[in-house]
Design a protein around this ligand. Structure first.
Ligand code: 6PG
Length: 478
């Protein structure tokens, strides 16, 4: 009888295929399967020589090819397809087998599937995998959630395939239930904010500094050797430097300005609203994609709605450095918000997330990988219960140093009519967060006026209501 495979991957689109190849490249015998058999056959034809693959035509053959407890990675489109695969696998599995959903599933689905699988004696893990096609093949960042004992069954394989930074693999058991997919969701939300901030910087460099794409590409290349060093800044330089083969123009100049999205950013924003966490950077990034999609409306509005008078030429040298600083400060805010959200979710769900460990596994392999994450890891190492990253000396100082430039950029952009929702909302969040007494006293007064919603006083315990429409006296309500 042929040697059983230690693990299986079902779903051989590019992410599943690359993950399977990565696993096989570590000498792990692996079974592969796809709903359409032709894809499995093609996979074996293309990559069969790379490792100990067993190509399975049917789900039954796939399950039979695996050693027990069976470890099955499901890499199909998030949503119904995942439930379909689980349904098909369940009758073929035994008590204690493990189904690993490595797609971008919404965490409440993961919570539900964990319970449904548990009812059938199956251990379900929701695992975030980041790094795109290349990461999946060469070393992703992996965010496994679910039963810690089930994780132990796959830990060795996961540690062997993950990206490695300073000798540490970018994988750690995140927490129970939906925790892994939750953290991946926030990772993607932060990815949205990072990308939006980069896009705003590009817009300013184009329309205020008057630079062309290749020149801006060079600026990003330079920025990548400083505080901003990260995968996204690096590839921005490359994308901006690319010439379109058909027209000879910069490729970005012929790409339609409508951003796509698959939902993870929206989920992050909705979740933050539910938790009551101000998540302005990520949420504005989602809205900005929504606005970008309204291309026809924007076309009409561009000739109807007034903008400011064209401004004179800005001093480029100062402006470029100001934009760099504004980008960095806004990025700090976006991460501070994303980490505050994970903290709140951890408390809400009893996940006990180790936020320093999240920063550690995001240092390599994933889309938001960056030098900067070392600072976040250090911050949580020193202050595990940190409320907000802005309060750690390194970040407090970084933002203090950048704030003048940040303010100038927001003013200039606003004066010149360039939309900078992420830059400006991050600055407003910063100003709001550092304000001891904000204007919510008036909000409370208004709420009490129209709805008797009560308010608290600064000088006395309890809740109060003023009888605005009657005699104007104040009553204590508890
Ligand atoms: C990753 C990416 C990956 C994917 C996003 C893109 O971590 O590898 O985040 O998950 O590229 O889903 O999301 P949008 O299509 O919504 O931009």
């Amino acid at each position: 009888m042929a040697e059983k495979s230690r693990i299986g991957v079902t779903g051989l689109a590019v992410m599943g295929a690359n993950l399977a190849r990565n696993i096989a490249s570590r000498g792990v015998p692996i079974a592969v399967h796809n709903r359409t058999t032709a894809k499995t056959t093609q996979f074996i034809e293309d990559y069969g020589h790379e490792g100990a693959f067993t190509g399975a035509e049917s789900t039954a053959d796939f399950v039979a090819a695996l050693e027990k407890p069976r470890r099955i990675i499901v890499m199909v489109k998030a949503g119904k397809p995942v439930d379909g695969v689980i349904e098909e696998l369940t009758p073929l599995l035994d008590e204690g087998d493990i189904i690993i959903d490595a797609g971008n599933s919404h965490f409440p689905d993961t919570v539900r599937r964990t319970a449904e699988c548990a009812a059938n004696g199956i251990r379900f893990m929701g695992v975030g995998v980041s790094g795109g096609e290349e990461g999946a093949l060469l070393g992703p960042s992996i965010m496994p959630g679910g039963d810690p004992e089930a994780y132990e069954e796959v830990r060795e394989i996961f540690e062997s395939i993950a990206a490695v930074v300073d000798g540490t693999p970018c994988v750690v058991h995140v927490g129970p239930g939906g925790a892994g997919h939750y953290v991946k969701m926030v990772h993607n939300g932060i990815e949205y904010a990072d990308i939006q901030l980069i896009a705003e910087a590009y817009d300013l460099l184009t329309h205020v500094a008057g630079l062309d794409a290749p020149a801006i590409g060079k600026i990003f290349e330079e920025w990548n050797s400083g505080d901003l060093e990260s995968f996204l800044i690096e590839i921005t330089g490359k994308v901006l430097a690319k010439t379109d083969e058909k027209t000879g123009r910069p490729l970005v100049d012929v790409i339609v300005d409508q951003a796509g999205q698959k939902g993870t950013g929206t989920w992050t924003a909705i979740d933050a609203l539910g938790l009551g966490i101000p998540l302005t950077g990520i949420t504005e990034a989602v809205f900005a994609r929504g606005l970008s999609a309204l291309r026809d409306e924007r076309k009409k509005a561009s000739t109807t709605l007034a903008g400011p008078q064209p401004a004179g030429k800005a001093d480029r040298t100062d402006l470029v450095e100001d934009i760099r600083q504004a980008l960095y400060a806004s990025k700090v805010v976006a991460y501070a918000q994303g980490f505050a959200q994970m903290r709140a979710a951890s408390i809400e769900n009893g996940w006990d997330l180790d936020l320093g460990a999240m920063a550690t596994i995001w240092r390599g392999g994933c889309i938001i990988r960056a030098q900067f994450l070392n600072r976040i890891r250090d911050a949580y190492a020193e202050h595990p219960d940190l409320d907000n990253l802005l309060m750690v000396p390194y970040f407090t100082e970084a933002v203090a140093t950048a704030q003048d430039a940040w303010r100038r950029v927001v003013v200039t952009a606003t004066e010149q009519g360039v939309a900078i929702p992420a830059f400006s909302s991050s600055l407003s969040y910063y100003d709001g967060y550092r304000t001891e007494r904000g204007p919510a006293n008036l909000i409370q007064g208004l709420r009490d006026f129209f709805g008797a919603h009560t308010y608290k006083r600064t000088d006395e315990e309890g809740s109060f209501h003023t009888r605005w429409a009657q005699d104007g006296t104040e009553v204590k309500t508890d």
